[in-house]
Design a binder for this molecule. Sequence first.
Ligand code: SF4
Ligand code: SF4
Length: 464
Amino acid sequence: METKAYQQSRYFHSVDGGNGIFLIYHALFNQPREVEESVVDFIHLFQEPKTLDEMADYCEGDIEEVVKTLTDLHLLEYEGNDELELLEALHEDFLTELKQGNRLQRLELAISNACNFGCKHCMHFLNNDFETRNSPELNMSAETAKESIDKFIEKVRSSENSLVRIHFGNGEPLLNWKTLLFVLEYCESIPDMQFFYAINTNLSLLNRQKAETLKKYKVKISTSLDGLREANDLIRVDSKGQGTFDKILSKIRLLESIEYPIDGFSVTVTDTNFALIDEQVIDLGTSLGVKDVSMDFDLVRSTAIPIEDCVNKIIDLRRYAHQQGLNFYGTWETPYRILMSHSWLSKPHAFCPSMEGKTIEFNVDGTLKTCGHTNTVVGNSLEFEKCFEQGSLYMQLIQRRLPGNNQFCKGCEIEGCCAGQCHVTLESAKKDSDLVQRTCELMKRTTKGLIVEYLQGREELNYG
Ligand code: SF4
Ligand code: SF4
């Protein structure tokens, strides 16, 4: 006789697709499944613990197999089981790997903290108190770049890996072409490592020679265009406050002309240009022949837009982009993407690669951070090794930010897949606590909206 009692997991959640199909998932382990309403009702029968024998009073037929499947998914648990304990045990293996440096892949080089543009919404300048936006002192020297690369690859080598991604940031990297070129040439002279390069640039300083060099080293180029001319020029301006649309577009054409076209562009939305962002931005992507358009709401300068309008804009533009054969995404997609494709039961994940311990940024002044946007310092390049010691600032930060460990997320319906969201949002919350609440609302409502899109057949899962 079966004596064990089963109980609905406190992490069980379901989303109604409005068409008789529901998505059920575990708020820590994800593992989504599409089911009919009867399965949701069945799980609800376990709100109070019940044995299989007791369940015979409620259901006809053999329910053992169903209960086993739901227990494997952790949507039903044996009474008294604690899923958080299981997750904490999985964290241990992850932290051991982190300490060994096995996870390290991506070196962010703050090639230049300067920028020749004057965008008011720029987080880089809102987060850092530079006296000026553009000065040679804000550039990284070739010596610092070399030391940073040497330290990083030494660690990667020691964990018997040989693949390194170098990302050029942090203001406008093309302002420091000399160091950038040095890095490309230096890395190519290191025989036992394979390098991949990427750059975030406003493109304004690109000329044919630089474009050919980026092509030669296969540097993946990311740039921004905040809508059509009117929308872009309201917020993306040069140091004199002049619009930049035509300049950026001419550089995109330059890259096209040397057969090194960009894959996509990013759109920043603020209170100022929100009304002007519509399907035309997707049409612009189509006319430029790109595959990807990403869109994000500026953290501090989009607070006048009601969340509902943000979510509607996301869903409408994503639908339209998919109809046109373009990818359309943004930070708002992250919880949905992780929910549908990741689980700690098979592989560790966090909100972003930097929170997964894959990235370290080396800055001009020798400080180390987990990415190029945060201002939380986790170490110094002179003592890079110390980052990987038990209890270091770096180890503490990554551990604190793992799914299940973000204290303020306890009980949230997307706790596992959102995992406390972008660290920069949390930093900004120190100045304005409403910002986190607002972004949480955006994440939760967008995730739900995308799930409904999926259940209604308008979302395909292409996540690797
Ligand atoms: S950051 Fe907000 S939305 Fe994300 S898991 Fe935490 S509480 Fe939920
Ligand atoms: S912490 Fe935020 S800004 Fe930094 S890499 Fe992660 S998502 Fe991006």
